[in-house]
Ligand binder design. Structure first.
Ligand code: ADP
Ligand code: 5GP
Length: 197
């Protein structure tokens, strides 16, 4: 479906993707829409079904994948995650910039589709700082922290592949990272704002 170019945000769990995208959606209301993924992991305190994720079971998710409902799916830290086609279509039907938050496998799989998004990687300043952020967030078990740190090391290496991302933003100072993210998206933001005038 035609519309503004979607944005794929990727990068290690705990790098700050949700923090940045929530800020963006608050500052530019009526410009962005979030592609709500499906996951088999349990909700964290404060997470809402249908808003942060569609929380589901392995059986139901596998059924949807088998039906061809998903544009991509991946295993992460022992759980299934995936983007169903309707999650993107719902946002695009409203002429909003669709934001997807996916891991590096999702990036590679989306590259095989005709979605044609901007690919932006959000990286932590270091693994040590990432570990501190994950611990301070107080949402993960020790096992989940260890899985996320292992995945983060792989992600940071893979994200260096030339041409994989349009931009890599190191989220050290939040305001600085946010202003870089805004500046790369400004042309697309303006287009959506102009179309609503
Ligand atoms: P992700 O969505 O990538 O998993 P989050 O947005 O949940 O990551 O961020 C992980 C934790 O780090 C959160 O508790 C968040 O408040 C914090 N955080 C995010 N960006 C920064 C930053 N620039 N400096 C310090 N803490 C941050
Ligand atoms: P979390 O459990 O911290 O919310 O997410 C764990 C990882 O899964 C993050 O790297 C996040 O970007 C990724 N993720 C979330 N939704 C999807 C999705 O629909 N597809 C893929 N491939 N990864 C996802």
């Amino acid at each position: 479906m035609a519309g503004p170019r979607p944005v794929v945000l990727s990068g290690p769990s705990g790098a700050g993707k949700s923090t940045l995208l929530k800020k963006l959606m608050k500052d530019y209301e009526g410009v962005f829409g979030f592609s709500v993924s499906h996951t088999t992991r349990n909700p964290r305190p404060g997470e809402e079904d249908g808003k942060d994720y569609h929380f589901t079971t392995r059986e139901k998710m596998q059924e949807g994948i088998d039906n061809g409902d998903f544009i991509e799916n991946a295993q992460f830290s022992g759980n299934m995650y995936g983007t169903c086609k309707s999650a993107i279509e719902d946002v695009q039907a409203q002429n909003l910039i669709c934001i997807l938050d996916v891991d590096i496998q999702g990036v590679k799989n989306i590259k095989q589709t005709d979605l044609n998004p901007y690919y932006i990687s959000i990286q932590p300043p270091s693994i040590e700082i990432l570990e501190k952020r994950l611990r301070d967030r107080q949402t993960e078990t020790e096992q989940s922290i260890q899985d996320r740190l292992a995945a983060a090391r792989a992600d940071t290496e893979l994200s260096k592949e030339p041409g994989l991302f349009d931009m890599v933003i190191v989220n050290d100072d939040l305001e600085e990272a946010y202003s870089k993210l805004k500046s790369v998206l400004m042309e697309e933001i303006q287009k959506v704002q102009d179309s609503k005038k």
